[in-house]
Design a protein around this ligand. Structure first.
Ligand SMILES: [Zn+2]
Ligand SMILES: [Zn+2]
Length: 340
């Protein structure tokens, strides 16, 4: 085939050789600049209509594609680019647009500036306006939260919400009150999920109470308060439950307590341990010995007082001892598992 323009022999597209085709048709119309909104609070980048949490590196090809459509007769175009930072909000782009039309592949090169416009995404706008729908309350059952619980629950909730940030979830306010925590969260669903997860991790029971808040478009709007009550005790606590003295082994989800005399461990729902009461107890490492009468005994390391060990199957040797006013037991927990 001969090119109708220059007469050169070779493959043609619409009668033109590749060189002549390229002088008549460009793959894209090079833009002066590509603009993109970037949230100055969370760094999300607006791509199309969506605020997206991606690295700038991953966003650039999407932004170019968005801003630079192919010109007819090219229907598809792929981009190769190199980006160089000019300053915090401007990058210079060196772009090659590769278009395909029938058998012809044509590459056009252009330069453009990518301008990142500092703005505020929808989620951050709502969060900064202190918008909330649901409330998550975390309390202790019949007690205040310990400072360590306050810290760990805060960190846990924050990490969980940060992961849901891309879905527009956030905490707009956090109050530390009445020995507990109140989180004001973006949706009722988030409040409920967080309550379940806090209870699953730290133990405790969840109750939810919806309150009619208003109407919008004929629909009733509810605010749901999800309340987690953490168990009345913590790992390492010693409790009296149904006349048996037990130590608390686990409080995640269910509460596992171990009868210190029989050594048997059992799981309870937190609410089924409401009748259990804490017993003052010390915990220390000691060497158990067999007395002349054949009992296993332990000495208090400070007072020197000796008590017989009431735990079945206790044997001489080093052990972690649970010491109450009227008995000594062998603990199944390591020394450092106690007390928050
Ligand atoms: Zn030609
Ligand atoms: Zn944002």
């Amino acid at each position: 085939m001969f090119c109708v323009e220059c007469g050169r022999d070779g493959p043609t597209t619409d009668g033109l050789c590749a060189t002549c085709f390229a002088t008549r048709h460009r793959v894209v119309r090079p833009p002066d600049h590509v603009d993109a909104a970037r949230c100055r609070s969370c760094g999300a980048i607006r791509i199309g209509n969506a605020w997206t949490h991606v690295d700038l590196k991953e966003a650039i090809p999407l932004l170019i594609r968005e801003a630079v459509p192919p010109l007819a007769p090219f229907k598809e175009v792929r981009f190769l680019h190199a980006a160089r930072e000019e300053d915090a909000n401007n990058l210079s782009l060196d772009v090659t647009a590769v278009g395909r039309y029938g058998e012809l592949e044509q590459a056009d090169r252009f330069r453009a500036r990518l301008r990142l416009k500092p703005s505020l995404c929808e989620t951050c706008t709502k969060q900064k306006s202190r918008y909330f729908q649901g409330i998550l309350q975390v309390r202790g059952e019949g007690r205040e939260l310990t400072p360590k619980e306050v810290r760990t629950v805060r960190t846990f909730v924050q990490a969980r919400v940060d992961r849901a940030r891309g879905a527009g979830e956030f905490v707009s306010r956090l109050d530390e009150i009445d020995g507990g925590l109140d989180f004001y969260v973006s949706t009722n669903a988030l409040g409920k999920v967080l309550a379940r997860e806090v209870a699953g991790t730290f133990g405790g029971a969840v109750t939810t109470s919806p309150k009619l808040f208003g109407q919008r478009g004929g629909k009733e709007i509810y605010r749901v308060t999800s309340l987690v009550r953490l168990p009345p005790f913590q790992v390492g606590d010693v409790v009296r439950h149904k006349h048996a003295v037990s130590e608390v082994l686990r409080v995640a989800g269910f509460v596992t307590i171990r009868d210190l005399a029989s050594g048997e461990a059992r799981r309870f729902k937190a609410r089924d341990l409401r009748g259990a009461r804490r017993v003052e107890a010390e915990r220390f490492e000691a060497t158990l010995e067999r007395s002349e009468s054949g009992e296993i005994v332990a000495d208090h390391p400070e007072t020197g007082r000796t008590q017989s060990v009431s735990t079945r199957d206790a044997a001489p040797g080093r052990a972690v001892v649970v010491w109450t006013d009227d008995a000594a037991y062998v603990s199944a927990l390591p020394m450092d598992a106690s007390k928050a």
